[in-house]
Design a protein around this ligand. Structure first.
Ligand SMILES: Cc1cc2nc3c(=O)[nH]c(=O)nc-3n(C[C@H](O)[C@H](O)[C@H](O)COP(=O)(O)OP(=O)(O)OC[C@H]3O[C@@H](n4cnc5c(N)ncnc54)[C@H](O)[C@@H]3O)c2cc1C
Length: 414
């Protein structure tokens, strides 16, 4: 029989790396099983739902955080407190350690976001600087946050992963967790498939942190059929326009945020410009040439979507939108058009990109449904600690909340 660990953690992203670091710092013996490679940057993966929705993610060391835009906000604080997860202390610890702050003014340009902020203020639009995990002294304003920051200015879960390994964590890469090994109702280990074929690993507890798309697959394959049923993806639509006298192209994307409609109408919007031609082509398709050589602003409308998507044991995904989602997207579109006009976009260039997408996913092992208030499943010693446990769509960047949950959870484990 192979060596037995205190904890086996599946996945090295926001939830897994944060948890591994905390447990290793307490002297626990931790093994991390990671499906992807230990390379940087990770490839940008687009999973397609049966309905044609694009779901952005990444597989490998650091998980989707490697490609994130470094936006960090507290979300679902009240809802999680309702389940006994009082996270204020963990949020504060993370905000302090990662120096979370509104994007530094030096990363915004006079003729770009600084001008936009003035115009929005005059027009009564509540646009604010986005809170970021970016060290402005290292940022070269290349705009490639979501392709993997080339200078290390952006914080990613790789930092926690490296800290975990420095404190003794072992990681096996390119090894996919398939199914939890259960004996007399208790989790004992995990069955995996790696470069050398099938292998079993054993631990006193197994914690799934494989993300909102893959954790439910492992759960279902381990007999927890309730998993995978309430997927959200924080559905987004993109609006864009050519803005002759405002150029935000040399700023980090998602530099400003508007949350004034979040609580009552369930949407927020943010902005970006794309310098990367391949990405521009992907987003704007036949319109790409119009935007390639002109200053433009893309407005990302992101909603709190109904958690009605589904993951199946064979890894297929069903995710469309409901009538309420459509209404939220349309109301967000109206706000986006108003904003673009204030930004001076030429009316004939204001267009909506066809197609829905989302980069945040979860609720597929929701707290109160699939896991209890200690994040334990109905199988003893089998826990979940990632976006899957979120109770609903936040409609806001979730990574800070996922990490706060992981920190809180580590404190509850002996
Ligand atoms: C392009 C992009 C931009 C984003 N920008 C932001 C942002 O600015 N702010 C924000 O808050 N959020 C952002 N997000 C979302 C954020 O990155 C995710 O919500 C967060 O990383 C989810 O954390 P997680 O621990 O649930 O999963 P992940 O971080 O995705 O980690 C899951 C890990 O599990 C591994 N894994 C999966 N299946 C298996 C298996 N069977 N066996 C072993 N390992 C497995 C994966 O390879 C991965 O490493 C962005 C996402 C994308 C894709």
């Amino acid at each position: 029989m192979s060596r037995k660990f205190d904890y086996i953690i599946v996945g090295s992203g926001a939830g897994g790396a944060t948890l591994a670091r905390e447990l290793c710092r307490k002297g626990r013996d931790v093994l991390i099983i990671e499906q992807g490679k230990n390379i940087f940057p990770l490839p940008f993966v687009i999973e397609k739902s049966l309905e044609g929705t694009d779901i952005f993610t990444a597989y490998g060391a650091g998980g989707a955080t490697v490609l994130m835009n470094a936006n960090g906000v507290r979300c679902l604080e009240k809802e999680l407190a309702g389940f006994g997860l009082i996270l204020d202390q963990e949020f504060t610890e993370l905000e302090t350690e990662l120096k979370l702050a509104p994007i530094h003014e030096s990363l915004l340009s006079e003729n770009g976001s600084l001008k936009l902020l003035q115009r929005c203020k005059a027009a009564g639009i509540r646009m604010e600087r986005m809170p970021k995990f970016i060290d402005h002294t290292k940022c070269i304003r290349c705009g490639n946050c979501s392709l993997g920051c080339p200078t290390g200015a952006k914080w990613t879960a790789l930092e926690f992963l490296h800290d975990a390994t420095a404190h003794g964590a072992e990681v096996v890469y390119e090894t996919k967790a398939l199914k939890v090994i259960v004996d007399k109702g208790k989790a004992k280990g995990i069955e995996t498939l790696g470069p050398n074929g099938r292998a079993d690993y054993y631990g006193d507890a197994v914690i799934l942190s494989a993300g909102g798309i893959k954790t439910p697959v492992i759960l279902m394959n381990s007999g927890i059929d309730e998993a995978g049923k309430s997927l959200f993806i924080d559905v987004c639509e993109l609006w864009y326009g050519v803005t002759p006298d405002i150029d935000i192209s040399d700023e980090p994307p998602m530099q400003l945020i508007n949350t004034e409609f979040q609580e009552r109408q369930g949407f927020m919007y943010s902005i970006g410009a794309m310098k990367n031609k391949e990405k521009l082509r992907y987003y704007f398709r036949e319109h790409a040439d119009v935007y390639m050589n002109f200053p433009h602003i893309a407005v990302i409308v992101k909603i709190i979507d109904d958690a009605k998507g589904r993951i199946y044991p064979d890894e297929t995904i069903s995710k469309g939108i409901t009538a309420r989602d459509r209404q939220r997207l349309d109301e967000g579109g109206e706000a986006a058009r108003k904003f673009l006009k204030v930004a001076g976009a030429r009316p004939e260039t204001i267009v909506k990109r066809e197609g829905l997408y989302g980069g945040h996913n979860g609720a597929t092992a929701a707290i109160g449904i699939v896991v209890d208030n200690n994040l334990q499943t109905k199988i003893d010693n089998l826990f979940v600690c990632d976006a899957s446990v979120l109770p609903r769509s936040p409609g806001l960047p979730p990574v800070l909340t996922i990490m706060a949950i992981a920190r809180w959870f580590a404190k509850t484990l002996s």
